[in-house]
Design a protein around this ligand. Structure first.
Ligand code: ATP
Length: 450
């Protein structure tokens, strides 16, 4: 096995990073962001369930992405294709033949690993005191098989989609025929993908069931503008992550070398995140040429060409794709937002992404007047913001509890509120408190959050 630089002796930084991941995994479970899949039955490798806070975070990410890439643009439309596609789609796309990872097996205990994941294989060698022999790498196809129909035979065998991309390309003509799009334009999609990953791991980073958010952007190949569009989308996607508050020093581009790229890809770059387990792929930006449309034309026998409405000219467009993982976004946003300051654990999530925008507390739970006013404010705020209610323990404990899940604002109703119709609003990151009139509370919060 090749030896990688990251396989050296454990150092302080590595231990700190392991510690950080453990804290995040524990926080996710304890506070209801992410649970191991099918946990009561001992789990199912590479699957995760999102809890009450996790589903809010994930929905916020997807909603923000959709708003920025579809709703606010004039050159984009969205679709939601089926997860189960005609198996010919995967023959045409090349997945049946080439969607493989190199698999090696430990001859001692028969554990299986990805040959190119040197950190895992090295750790495995250490667990056998270095006395490991490996099989030669074999190609292992990642498509997940399923049966559709009443017979479990070859004819009813299908694949769960290994990427959401193909559901867009097979609908290229439908979108052209049913909308007013004109090249250059893009089709966006968000949805689940399934891969029989050999070594799922690093929490949700590599799962067997995960969500992707993708843009397929169609351009005219003759315009010689492909490099321009490729650079444009690289910048757009990097700027998007920065706009969500991810620290600049934790993001970088990594261009793929030619030997790394799929044979049809004319260019490929990853946006990587500086994660506790090293720089890791966050999103890919790929120049796919006309690979997908030409293959679907060939395999389906249907004409997939675009007809220019002004010149009448027909051609197969080229595609620039951006493909990001929703689960990786949720994980890296949590990692990036996690901080410990003066004994406080704070998730400094962007206001737009925080599961709860505001929490409302009556100072004391046994004072009906305080509770009544606080409930009224809570019910009113709920109309505009996802809001939390907490009347347990002391105020300090309630602040700490909201900081840990990233709630940007806490509103406390105290005895003074009954007199002056004002409440205390406390800011998560600065811990500063401000008195705000109850009648102005909604517009105050809109001003901070929207
Ligand atoms: P990797 O090299 O990490 O296996 P990939 O290059 O195969 O990823 P793509 O096929 O380009 O990934 O998928 C696009 C995006 O989908 C990735 O950048 C990632 O965010 C997400 N993704 C891919 N595989 C997984 C997975 N197993 N679990 C979670 N997210 C994934």
């Amino acid at each position: 096995m090749p030896r990688s630089a990251c396989g050296g002796a454990r150092n302080d930084k590595a231990n700190m990073n392991d510690d950080l991941m453990q804290k995040i995994v524990a926080l996710c479970k304890r506070r209801g962001f992410i649970y191991p899949g099918s946990e009561i039955y001992g789990g199912l490798g590479g699957t995760w369930d999102y809890g009450p806070l996790g589903v809010e975070l994930k929905n916020n990410i997807k909603r923000q992405w959709w708003k920025d890439v579809v709703q606010l643009r004039e050159d984009m439309v969205g679709i939601d294709s089926a997860i189960m596609l005609n198996p010919k789609v995967w023959e045409a796309s090349g997945h049946v033949e080439a969607f493989t990872d190199p698999l090696v097996e430990c001859k001692v205990c028969h554990a299986r690993f990805r040959a190119d994941h040197t950190r895992e294989t090295l750790e495995h060698e250490k667990s056998h005191d270095g006395k490991v022999e490996w099989t030669q790498p074999q190609k292992f196809n990642l498509l997940v098989k399923a049966y559709l129909g009443v017979l479990e035979d070859k004819q009813s065998e299908i694949y769960l989609r290994g990427e959401i991309t193909q559901g867009v390309h097979v609908n290229f003509k439908n979108v052209l025929d049913s909308t007013r799009v004109k090249i250059p334009f893009g089709i966006a999609q968000v949805g689940k993908s399934f891969r029989n990953e050999i070594t799922p791991g690093n929490f949700t980073f590599r799962s067997r069931e995960f969500e992707q958010m993708e843009i397929q952007y169609y351009i005219d190949p003759k315009g010689k503008e492909d490099q321009k569009w490729f650079e444009y989308w690289k910048k757009q996607r990097m700027d998007w992550y920065l706009s969500l508050g991810i620290k600049k020093e934790n993001l970088r581009f990594r261009d793929h070398e030619e030997k790394e790229r799929a044979h049809y890809a004319k260019a490929a770059t990853d946006i990587e995140y500086n994660s506790p387990f090293g720089w890791s792929e966050f999103e890919g930006i790929h120049h796919r040429g006309d690979w997908d449309l030409s293959r679907h034309e060939q395999y389906s026998g249907q004409d997939m060409k675009y007809r220019d409405p002004d010149t009448g000219e027909e051609y197969l467009p080229w595609v620039i794709e951006t493909s990001g993982g929703v689960d990786r976004a949720a994980l890296f946003l949590l990692v990036d937002a996690y901080s410990e300051e003066g004994g406080r654990t704070i998730l400094k999530l962007h206001q737009k992404l925080a599961p709860y925008k505001v929490a409302v507390f009556p100072l004391l739970a046994n004072k009906p007047k305080l509770v009544g006013l606080a409930k009224k404010i809570y019910q009113d705020l709920k109309q505009d913001f996802i809001s939390a209610w907490d009347d347990r323990g002391n105020i300090g404990g309630r602040y700490a509890s909201q900081d840990e899940i990233g709630t940007p604002f806490c509103v406390t109703v105290d005895f003074q509120s009954l007199e002056d119709e004002m409440v205390t609003v406390r800011d998560r990151d600065s811990a500063k408190q401000e008195r705000v009139k109850i009648v102005d509370l909604k517009s105050y919060l809109h001003g901070k959050i929207d």
